[in-house]
Every structure is written in C-alpha cells, then in structure tokens.
Design a protein around this ligand. Sequence first.
Ligand code: NAD
Ligand code: GLY
Length: 367
Amino acid sequence: MTKVRSVDVGGAAPYRIRIGPGLLDDSAQLAAHARGRHALLVSDDHVAPLYAERVAAALQAAQPELQVATLVMAAGEAHKTLASLGEVIDALATLGATRDATVYALGGGVIGDMAGFAAACWMRGVDCVQLPTTLLSMVDSSVGGKTAVDIPQGKNLVGAFHPPRAVIADTATLRTLPARELRAGLAEVIKYGALGDPEFFAWLEQQREPLLASDDAALAEAIARSCEHKAAIVERDPLEKGERALLNLGHTFGHAIEAEQGYSGAGRDALVHGEAVAVGMVLAARLSAMLGMAPHTDTEHLRSLLLAYGLPVDLPAGLAPQALLERMRLDKKNLAGRLRLVLWRGIGKAEVVPDVDEARVLEVLAG
Ligand code: NAD
Ligand code: GLY
C-alpha cells in the first residue's frame, strides 16, 4: 500500500501539504479545493504533455460543472516574467473567472511562483492550489506563500505573499524529472540541514546513494522533513519579519548569480536556481569563516556534501565580482541600503547579519 504523508501549515490561513505517489489521480482530493465554477490549470511545456490532461480530466470527473481551462507556458526561469504573468491574467479573464475561482499550478517553482502571483492579483486574490512536480518545488517553493516574477534588475522583485489553499505533491512525477533538476532540488534539502538541523545534515550524508538514485522511501523522507522545517518557520513568521529570512541561506549570492546570467538557467554554462543556491551557500559559509563567525572546517564539510551530491560549489567563470555585488545591493533582505545577509556560526546555526562589510563580500566573490 502506498503511503501518503501530510504536513500541516498553521497560522491565519492554514493548509495541508500532502506528499505521496499517484496523488494527481485522486480526483476527489484535487477537486475538493475548487470552491467555485472556474479552474485555471497553469503548467509549462515540459510538464503539461506529461500530466496536464490527467489533472484536467480528474478535476472534470469529480466536478462536471467546473469550467476548466488549461494554460501552457514556455518552460524555464527566463519566462518567469511580467509578460508571462500577463498571459495568466488574460487566461483568467477569458475564462470569466470570478472571486471563487481556483488556480492550479502544475509544475516546478517557476510555474508555482508565477501562477501563485497571478492568483494573488486576480480580483485581489483567488485560491491557488500548488501541484509541485520538481523536488525543489515540493520541498520549498510550493510551501509558504511567496509568489513572484523576475525583472531584469533582479530576481523575485515583484510579488506578493499569498499562501496556497493546498499543496499536493505527487512524488511519482519525480520519475520524469531530469537528474540535474533532482540534484538542484537536493541543494534546497541540504539547506534545511545547513541552516538549522545538524542531525538532518548527517542523515543526508548517509543517504546520498538512495536519494541520487531517486529511491521512493528516501525521497519521501527528505521531502516530508524539509516541509516540516519550512512549515514550522513560515507558521511563526509568514511575512518574513524575522526568522523566515534564514530560509534564504545562500540565496543573496545565488540570486545575484542567476540575475547576472540573465536567468538563462539550464543553458550550457548557466546555473539553475538550486545550483546557484548551492554555490551561494558555500560563499556564505566562506564569508562567515572570514568574519570569524564560524570554523573553516564547516565550510569544507558543507562543500564536500554538495560536491558529493554532484552540485557546483564555485562561481561560474566570467561573472564579475563587482557586478554580483551590485546585484546583491537590490536584495529584498537589505535595509537602509546596507547589505543584510544570512550567514552561519557553523552547520545548523544560521543567522541574519545586518550591515555586512561590502569589501569582505567582494573578497569572497573574488575567491
Ligand atoms: P522549474 O520550475 O524551472 O523546473 C525545472 C525544470 O524541470 C523545467 O524545465 C520544468 O519544465 C521541468 N520539470 C518540472 N517538473 C518536471 C517533471 N516532473 N518531469 C519533467 N520535467 C519537469 O524550476 P524549479 O527548480 O522547480 O524552481 C525554481 C524556481 O523556484 C525559481 O524561480 C525560484 O526563484 C523559485 N523558488 C521559489 C521559492 C518560494 O518560496 N516561492 C522557493 C524556492 C525557489
Ligand atoms: N524560499 C525562502 C522562503 O520561502 O522564505
């Protein structure tokens, strides 16, 4: 018998994350979250041919009176734009979606963030159900309600907090995920150990082989434990007034890399989001050691684990340190024009450090 795991996210707008194989075929569950007459299923052109018809049919079977439209976007970070957001809004208008409509986001974090943002904007907010199909979106982006699109000046700079109504993670979809994207998702899993859970970090050191081989039980455990970490933090701090910022370990560096590459992830030399976060975590650890906050041995420990998972740990060639620093100045965590970074005291002990000396950041970026 297949096991479905649940993680509940509490707070003002509580919801359940369900994790297990075959959940996209559970038509009653999928349709249970559609309150009104309209459902817009948003996906991308890699994921839609694999799963969209099944989801649309399941919704229709459970609720024959539901008007279901499907919108397929071009895949990839380069399409997480205001223009794509406009396409989702147009589709909602064409559907005649009323305030009780539901947006179903079927795909990775790009679709989840963009469709989630459209749901936040349409008529000042309609329901969004997240149907994550990448490991990264199952362990991170589908949970917590951050939605956004990128602009050339920076990543996720235009967005809203809009918690999903439900998250349904069908782990069977991971069987079609390219190996590189699986590894990128594992970077965000490692992040939870690095920022606050040394025991999970040690577990990940032991579980490398089953996780990289997409072993169902190991992946389910990694997803559930990651979601428990994220749920606990976003429940206490949904709007990132405090500790939620810790979830951004490695992200200020990582986002700067992605923006500087022009969001061309999965291109020949460009990093995808999870890979950029892997490099970013090593840079944050290195800076922490340079500032005397943490032992160098912990940087090496983190670097070794990321390498063991086949992840990049060094800045890609050709990115200028000064240009990356300029990007970092537009990070959402900064206050009063000063760099505010998530650094650490060692494995499992991340903290937010205000007013970081830019000269030291440049030193780290210059290697
Ligand atoms: P993605 O959405 O681009 O998906 C990666 C690739 O895998 C895409 O080409 C996609 O088409 C393909 N794909 C997805 N599922 C598949 C499947 N089951 N089978 C085959 N191919 C599949 O990238 P991602 O890594 O999922 O998400 C990255 C995005 O998430 C970034 O934009 C990042 O900023 C965002 N993010 C948001 C949050 C948040 O809290 N909102 C957190 C972390 C990351
Ligand atoms: N991925 C960071 C956050 O959700 O806050």
